[in-house]
Design a protein around this ligand. Sequence first.
Ligand SMILES: [Zn+2]
Length: 296
Amino acid sequence: MTTPPLRLMAVHAHPDDESSKGAATTARYAASGAEVLVVSCTGGERGSVLNPSYGRQITDLEEMRQVRTVEMAAAAEALGVQHRWLGFVDSGLPEGDPLPPLPPGCFALTPLEEAAAPLVEIVREFRPHVITTYDPTGGYPHPDHIMCHRVAKEAFETAGDPERYRDRGAPWTPLKLYYNHDFSMTRIRTMHEAMIDAGLESPFGDWVESRAAREIPEREVTTRIPCAESFPARDAALVAHATQIDPDGFFFATPRDLEAQVWPVEEYELAASRVATTLPEDDLFAGIAGDEGGAP
Ligand SMILES: [Zn+2]
């Protein structure tokens, strides 16, 4: 008897987040035979072109959605994962003092039950054992990242309850919920020091100083996934997001051999678990024997 595949679902706010947060983990599990599904809550319509070598700005929301749809398909192929859209519209990152109101109809203004319903439906269809998303702060304060956390947590908590979201498929109970922590201070400082020790210019200096000055409390890292062999897939996925990622910019500043040597992992916080596990972990599926989960 063969064991049914384990299933991992990574829930992200915008196309490109799946390539900058937990990307090598998803590629690693997909390569090792797990079923991996990335869900993007929004189309990234209100993102700006952030790559100076892209050559032009895009201001039309529909055009940006179409461009990023093509980029996302290429990124999913590079990672070797399945992909679904929730279909909500990017809220944009409000800037100014005072902050402007969010645009009507955007993801972050959608009532929680309405925003979570399509994700609950996908959870019941894909039946993930493990779900990853952001911590309650969103990891950084983009309203879509905070909303992404809220809908993923709602889906984790309610998808197995037959009394909730009754018209959205047969109940399925995911077993573990994780938060991505790819930008932990420990990682940034380690990379920063490794760059300096190697006689290279570190792009992390300002970050180290500003984070230290603001004394942002670090969230707990419970789980480190070894995934250096999937860094090339991650890099290919990043480059696929040509409007967002500068191939000569921040994400590619660290030499890859140096990165694989000093930081060959991606980090997570186990936020909830319905199975027994021992911390720290090096596997998102630790404690999950096979095709568990299902109706409570
Ligand atoms: Zn984002």
